[in-house]
Design a protein around this ligand. Structure first.
Ligand code: TXA
Ligand code: MG
Length: 333
């Protein structure tokens, strides 16, 4: 086995994919919802210029109306047409896009983006995703697409088409484009400007170090402390999020895990005394990020009474992974 499809199979597949994308684009232009892969997680897309279609996303996800959406565009130029990009954020977009970066900046008015997508804010979040299916879909639709992560609000994000189908089982009007598992496995990093500095509003697949390499300065990281009841900078940064059904506890030390816990592990040898799912046996944060949401869903499907999860070293992708795990462990709203 060579592992490479022969040309005729690949050709037939890409023909089928082109058909699926054309159908999906027509569904979107008619006001429908389409879940599609990006390099980070699957998004639940709607035509960003169609208020009714955008409202249908809030309804399908049971998403609070105060939580605005990201507009997905094919290029930096299109992002710059929608928002007033400060220099530092334009430089970041230039260096990273297409890629796992979302920029929040003042919206340019008048805007083609439906009012409801911004949840009343004077700013708009924009991002240019790095995935062939997402790019082809954006090109076929010819309009920006708003796309939150394709999970029920508050639940674990979706990194495969099956995750999407399971969260929206029975919701027949949502079409799903299957592009296989997503490569990064964590949502985009959201940045804005604060006090003249780049500020991270949500840690994600692009690290603090990656941003500092481009801008020449460490960004400010605006993380909410547990128990902080003030309004978050990114309204979606609510404390409880990414939550499995089972209670989740974070442990610094394997020996402190409750006896009956199912374990998520990182860089540890199997303990062999209960269900375990590893994020990365070799302790690789890139692999752990890619596996995180799938592992959370898999371990939750074993219906444990409690899941014990590790805290990773707080640098690089560890910052975003720990952020997701802390929110998964937070008291439910
Ligand atoms: O990787 C991603 O970003 C994925 C893929 C599908 O692109 N999308 C995603 O969307 O994670 P969502 O809706 O699950 O998370 C978007 C976050 C929310 O926390 C929301 O509050 C924040 O972006 N956001 C959107 N517009 C904003 C704005 N104008 N100001 C501050 N935060 C904003
Ligand atoms: Mg989300």
């Amino acid at each position: 086995m060579t592992g490479r499809p022969d040309q005729s199979t690949a050709g037939a597949r890409s023909g089928a994919q082109a058909g699926a994308i054309a159908d999906a684009a027509a569904h979107l232009l008619a006001g429908g919802l389409v879940a599609f892969p990006t390099e980070t997680v699957y998004g639940l897309g709607a035509d960003a210029t169609n208020g009714r279609a955008v409202a249908a996303i809030y309804e399908a996800k049971s998403r609070p109306a105060f939580n605005p959406l990201i507009a997905h565009v094919p290029s930096l130029d299109q992002a710059a047409a929608l928002v007033d990009l400060p220099d530092a954020l334009a430089r970041l977009g230039e260096a990273v896009w297409p890629g796992p970066l979302t920029v929040v900046a003042p919206v340019r008015l008048p805007t083609p983006i439906a009012e409801i997508a911004r949840a009343g804010l004077p700013t708009l979040a924009v991002r240019c995703p790095d995935h062939e299916v997402a790019s082809s879909l954006l090109a076929a639709v010819g309009r920006p697409l708003v796309a939150p992560s394709a999970n029920r609000s508050g639940h674990v994000s979706a990194t495969t088409a099956d995750h999407v189908r399971s969260d929206f089982e029975g919701v027949d009007h949502i079409r799903v484009l299957d592009g296989g598992p997503t490569v990064r496995g964590l949502e985009s990093t959201i940045v804005g400007m604060g006090d003249g500095c780049v500020m991270i509003l949500r840690p994600g697949a692009l690290t603090v170090e990656d941003i500092a390499d481009v801008t020449g300065a460490r960004p400010i990281v605006s993380l909410r402390e547990p128990g902080d009841t003030s309004a978050p900078n990114a309204p979606g940064q609510l404390e409880s999020h990414y939550a499995p059904r089972a209670k989740l506890v974070l442990i610094d030390n394997e020996d402190t895990a409750p006896d009956n816990a199912a374990r998520l592990t990182f860089a540890g040898r199997p303990r062999g005394n209960g269900p375990e799912v590893t994020l990365s046996a070799s302790g690789d944060p890139v692999e752990a990020a890619a596996n995180l949401f799938g592992a959370l869903r898999r371990i939750d499907d074993l219906a444990p009474s409690v899941i014990a999860a590790p805290v990773l070293p707080e640098s690089g992708l560890g910052v975003a992974i720990n952020d997701r795990l802390r929110r998964a462990a937070a008291p439910r709203i």
